[in-house]
Design a binder for this molecule. Sequence first.
Ligand code: SAM
Length: 461
Amino acid sequence: MIHLPSDFEKRMQQQLGNDFDSFVRSLDTPSPVSIRINPYKTDKIPDLTRVPWSTTGFYLPARPSFTLDPLFHAGVYYVQEPSSMFVEQVLKQHSERETGRRILDLCAAPGGKSTHILSLIGATDLLVSNEVIRQRSQILAENVSKWGQPNNIVTCNDPSAFGKLKSFFDIILIDAPCSGEGLFRRDAKAMDEWSVDNTRLCTQRQQRIIADVWDSLSDNGILIYSTCTYNPGENEDNLQWISQNYDVEFLSLEIPAEWGIHEIRKGECVGYSFMPHRTQGEGFFLSAIRKRGSELRANPFKDKRPVYSLADKKYRSEAASWLSQSDEYTLIQKEDTLYLFPEEMLPVLNTLNKILYPIKTGTSVSEVKAKNLLPTHELALSSFLNKAAFPTLEVDLETALHYLRRDEIKPHTSKNGLNLLTYEGYSFGWIKNLGNRSNNLYPKEWRIRMEIPNKNDREIK
Ligand code: SAM
């Protein structure tokens, strides 16, 4: 049986009353496993039970080794805890403006909610995915690169940097660092690190983060605040702190009773709580809050010498031939790199670039080397890649896994030069075919470190 910290147990007994025993029993059942499929890469609907609050979320009957599935590395799906997929309901129920939204995911690594938001927004919207911890921001950039959408930039900034972008974002998601009580069942470390003092520190840090970015939310904009804890100090008490400090309106969500989500009301504050004895998912809390006011959203800064501009004409047509056609996205350039990016958002990108530290911009498509264009790895993962523009090599599972380890693979094709690798039709990387051998161009930092088990010992799906 799970051994809970005694102060936590006492508090939960008070919070849950008669429900406490079934809550504790649920912590001894396995965590559900779920994935979200990438609607831009596949229209195949898996024959699996749906996560009720997400159109692309599905429960798996058991946990496979995702590392050993090339489709995972190709960004065909993302492995995400089911309760977290509830963010979808806020966008569906409360974000009616369909185009031109600027969205900030402030605490975004490893990228669960960012890849989800990218599945829900349109080509004229822009998602800024930020992560303050540098190493985690690299993982975030890797995961959103695999998702393959150009209407995204990744930044690595402290929340305080966003205060300079007054009234800039239409939606800000703060998926706050928290005491992690909702993850105790699957993460022993979260339980080891738990203490009453630590929950208090989390509350203070969350308030600081909210205060840091508040000015960058435009009037009428929506703050989505979420945690994976049951601690009222980090949840409903923080909502109350928001209502005492800012002019806000809490947004209600329509939720069928059978979803098992618990609505928490405290004064005018409204939040939604997921508990493992009521929903098939981990502990999670979310609230959607509208900022009241009538000021207009800020325009991007006027910039006489923008860092990003439309791509040089001499490279445009070749790079464009590598992409499927799109009216909303265009090729832009910074120094020797060409990117696919939403055209309307170019001034926004230049403004953000002045204030923030972007580590990834849209989809990088190609680099100019000695006046020649070279495709980038991100292009291989883009949902706008025109596969017909390159010699393609469809590989079997064994070869795909060796490629992902950066082992040398035999090309088996007569076309020398750059070859695009596909697995079950999904592209996931390049090799340089040198005839009887090849160079593996998979990014070093992304390579899988696992030994590849013998065929008979391997279970993927
Ligand atoms: N939204 C992510 C997802 O869905 O995959 C999970 C985010 S996790 C709950 C919280 C994130 O906040 C972590 O990546 C952590 O590094 C980051 N973080 C930690 N301290 C922070 C701080 N002081 N300000 C902003 N973010 C912080």
